[in-house]
Write a new protein. Structure first.
Length: 424
């Protein structure tokens, strides 16, 4: 059995940079699964012999290619079950072409993973109650919009396509819409600089309730292997008008509040009927105040901290899902929370509060800390301008009562852990 991956040459170091990759690859090898990573030959990026040795040490076969025929010829030699995946956006098209060349089925509309608005359009035709209603406003018309042209308030306004939470605002009145326009125009300026400029803004309904994610694998016959739900808090939950993710939770409380059967039915409505197959899926959704499930976004990314969270909480390796016929019922070993620290404003990283850091280290639930920005003087973008994280702090504890106390502590000190010098 083979797990095939595609990775850009410049990002190869990530495969051996994070412990959760190493744990996952070791587990796969124990199950007799061989991991092969293809990366495209690129003379502008040098791969050091030391890095190649590191990748080999964690059990990955590394193969470089200059054209797709080399990959196809290589894979046709393999007789075992092959799962082909990528977690890089630019490699989705290549991944699907390779699958088709090997006779594997692909998603009917693979472009949906790159186009959230197409997702909503397709889902909305059959199950409008499970997705978000929205409309585009041409940039030339935004100053002429009246209060009567807006959807029911509150609503969300943002630039469109590939901007994540850049420029996103929640508006609860027409006056707030006027204020939000200035932020939108600033965001357009940044997008134009990054060659992502477009001529529309997006206005969509605001879905109240709680945010969740779940990861799963859909095989060629559209059988689903599910992970477990994860609760997500956003900047907006901390009183900042921005929608990037702040913290993710797996706990007693989360498992109890998400109805398993309703979740399965919801996934069938929003995924199976329009032909997603032979791929991992990361599904973001909300449960609103009426206990209705609403899809926010579907993409293919199941990597990074998600691997780490599932490993810690359930000893679950979702990379094994394509090779499991009857998944066991995982029991949770620990409650876990992953806090990602972002600056509230565009700034220079100035210093961190050592006394508060010492307080975090002494928490019963403290598990790990990853300092992405390690030195003072580093320039940090505003959160709504490309999600520049500074640190990630993980809490984990089997005792839910103690875990809950430590979570509350983190919430109170979140904004005081690191300091920044504002850019005027």
């Amino acid at each position: 059995m083979y797990l095939i991956g595609f990775y850009s040459k410049k990002n190869l170091s990530k495969l051996c940079q994070f412990d959760y990759y190493k744990k996952s690859f070791k587990h796969l090898q124990g199950l007799g699964i061989i991991i092969i990573y293809f990366y495209e030959e690129d003379e502008s990026v040098i791969v050091s012999p030391e890095l190649i040795d590191e990748i080999k040490e964690i059990g990955i076969l590394l193969v470089w290619f200059t054209d797709q025929s080399q990959i196809i010829d290589h894979l046709k030699w393999l007789s075992w079950k092959i799962c082909i995946n990528t977690f890089e956006e630019q490699e989705i098209g290549l991944t699907n072409r390779i699958k088709q060349a090997l006779g594997q089925k692909i998603t009917d509309n693979p472009e949906i993973f790159l186009n959230k608005h197409l997702q909503r359009e397709i889902i909305g035709k059959a199950y409008p109650e499970t997705t978000v209603q929205y409309k585009f406003i041409p940039l030339a018309d935004i100053q002429r919009i009246t209060e009567h042209d807006l959807p029911p308030l509150p609503c969300i306004i943002k630039p469109t396509v590939w901007v994540q939470s850049s420029g996103v605002c929640k508006i609860e009145s027409y006056d707030q819409y006027i204020i939000a326009l200035s932020k939108i125009l600033e965001a357009f300026g940044r997008l134009k600089y990054k060659k992502l400029f477009n001529q529309n803004i997006l206005v969509e309904e605001f879905i109240d309730g709680k945010m969740y994610t779940i990861d799963y694998y859909i095989d060629e016959n559209q059988n689903i292997t599910l992970s477990k739900p994860v609760f997500v808090t956003l900047w907006i939950d901390y009183g900042v008008n921005d929608f990037c993710n702040i913290a993710r939770f797996i706990s007693d409380e989360i498992e109890a509040e998400v109805d398993k059967e309703k979740l399965k039915e919801f996934i069938k409505k929003t995924v199976l009927w329009w032909g997603i197959r032979n791929t991992f899926v990361h599904h973001e959704f909300k449960i609103n105040s009426k206990w209705e499930f609403k899809t926010i976004e579907i993409n293919w990314r199941i990597w990074w901290f998600r691997l780490d969270m599932y490993q810690i909480a359930y000893d679950m390796d979702i990379l094994t899902f394509p090779f499991i016929n009857n998944i066991e019922e995982y029991t949770r070993k620990k409650n876990i929370a992953t806090f990602t620290l972002y600056p509230a404003k565009e700034c220079i990283f100035n210093w961190y509060n050592e006394s508060i850091l010492d307080q975090i280290y002494t928490l019963s639930s403290f598990y790990s800390i990853n300092k992405w920005v390690k030195s003072t003087g580093a320039f940090i973008w505003l959160t709504s301008n490309w999600h520049s994280r500074v640190w990630t702090i993980v809490l984990a504890n089997k005792n839910f009562q103690q875990f809950s106390k430590d979570i509350e502590c983190m919430k109170h000190i979140y904004f005081d852990i690191i300091k920044f010098k504002e850019i005027i």
